[in-house]
Design a binder for this molecule. Structure first.
Ligand code: PMP
Length: 418
């Protein structure tokens, strides 16, 4: 008899049988308010009827039109559709299956295009678990420990996590940019650096919005030194932060390469990188590809997802419901000093737990997370110490569901803190 590997760690004990909108149901038909959205994936909610219909239609037409062998229509249509929402100039797209693969494709492109080996990522960043992506990832030791030696050429510069440093955001930004400048003239010479890779909201590392001034500082340095700016929008893309792309919170900043996955197809595995065509043309011929990339059913689901996001104005909804969620959670935190910071952008909100002496309070965060699940509210933790409880509802969430989630959270927190 075979069993699942014990390496698989599951955040909740739920055995999900079906999903509908913001809810998951277990085998006994118990309903859970799903504020995990499959780690920010089910943007249109579970089994949105239009996504289901598009995928079902495609399954009966063509499942796999392997894209280095033949071309298929859903891939071409999705490319047109993405062209409508991508920042101006990012007009060339390449598809893969997962976020990690797309991150690695962005690095491959950056190295080919610049002829330089170096990549700079930022402390707490998460870019994936495959060997190259793990080399860029510092959100927690578990992703790297025991795995090395990892891909060489990676340097890590400080991320402006103001709350952790106990500074104001401008102080943290000034520090992080100063240290980056120092790195570029010491350990990671600018002339050897192909790219900066950054998340518009630090995700697995603790749900910390990246200050717009920091992104602007990266853009300016990238231009000055001929370095490419890669925005890892795997978690922040497709409306999650209340703008279509997370980097759009930084006015005037456009990345050279944008990486997207997760929310783009409501749960079907597909990822992509987008870049200006003249940059993409610098990828060595045949260097990008894969058996399943741009799967026809995933493309059909992605097209339907983009339609639903537009028709149901889900980007605006994420912005509006995000404010409601943040305000509700801040009220809960006001009664519990252990919830030391509540922050976020759109429907990407984190609650950071601290002990009385200011250290990370992993135990209480984990107990509150478990108490929420017992009450039918599914959440996730994040942060290097697992002391941030994060909420990522589907973009279709409404005000009543946000209020339900906040009430369940308040009850869960009260049950563990008292
Ligand atoms: N980048 C970011 C910002 C992510 O949040 C994730 C997944 N959490 C990844 C990359 C990796 O994506 P995947 O798990 O699909 O490989």
């Amino acid at each position: 008899m075979a069993r699942l590997s014990p390496a698989l760690k599951q955040a909740t004990p739920v055995l999900a049988k079906r999903g509908e909108g913001v809810y998951l149901y277990d085998a006994e038909d118990r309903r859970y308010l799903d504020f995990t959205a499959g780690i920010g994936v089910t943007s249109t909610g579970h089994c949105h009827p239009k996504v289901v219909a598009a995928a079902q239609r495609q399954v009966g037409t063509l499942i796999h039109g392997q894209y280095t062998t033949v071309m298929h229509e859903p891939l071409l249509r999705l490319t047109d559709k993405l062209g409508e929402v991508l920042p101006e100039g990012l007009d060339s797209i390449f598809y893969m299956n997962s976020g990690s693969e797309a991150v690695e494709a962005s690095v491959r492109l950056a190295r080919h295009a610049t002829g330089r080996p170096g990549v700079i990522s930022f402390t707490g960043g998460f870019h994936g678990r495959s060997m190259g992506a793990a080399a860029l990832t510092t959100s927690g030791a578990k992703i790297r420990a025991g795995l090395g030696p990892l891909m060489p050429g990676v340097s890590v510069a400080p991320f402006p996590y103001a709350f952790r440093y106990g500074w104001t955001v401008p102080q943290a930004v000034e520090f992080a940019l100063r240290e980056l400048d120092y790195l570029l003239v010491t350990g990671a010479p600018a002339a050897d650096t192909a790219a900066f890779i950054v998340e518009p909201v630090l995700g697995e590392g603790g749900y910390v919005p990246t200050p717009p001034e920091f992104l602007a500082g990266l853009r300016e340095r990238a231009d000055r030194h001929g370095i490419l700016l890669i925005a890892d929008e795997v978690q922040t893309g497709v409306g999650r932060t209340g703008r279509f792309w997370g980097h759009q919170h930084a006015p005037g900043v456009t990345p050279d390469i944008l990486v997207t996955a997760k929310g783009i197809a409501s749960g079907f595995p597909i990822s992509a990188i987008a870049a200006p065509e003249e940059l993409m043309a610098k990828a060595w011929p045949g260097s990008q590809g894969g058996t399943y990339g741009g799967n026809a059913v995933a493309c059909a689901a992605a097209i339907a997802t983009l339609d639903v996001v537009r028709e149901e104005k889900l980007v605006d909804n994420a912005a509006e419901q995000g404010v409601r969620l943040l305000e509700g959670l801040r009220k809960v935190a006001a009664d519990h000093p252990g919830i030391a910071d509540v922050r976020g952008l759109g429907l990407m909100v984190g609650n950071e737990f601290r002990t009385a002496d200011g250290g990370p309070d992993t135990a209480t965060a984990s107990a509150a997370h478990a108490a929420a699940a017992q009450r039918g509210l599914l959440l996730l933790t994040c942060g290097a110490f697992g002391n941030v409880v994060r909420m990522i509802p589907p973009l279709v969430v409404n005000s009543a569901q946000i209020d339900d989630g906040v009430a369940l959270w308040a009850d869960a927190v009260a049950s563990v803190i008292g």
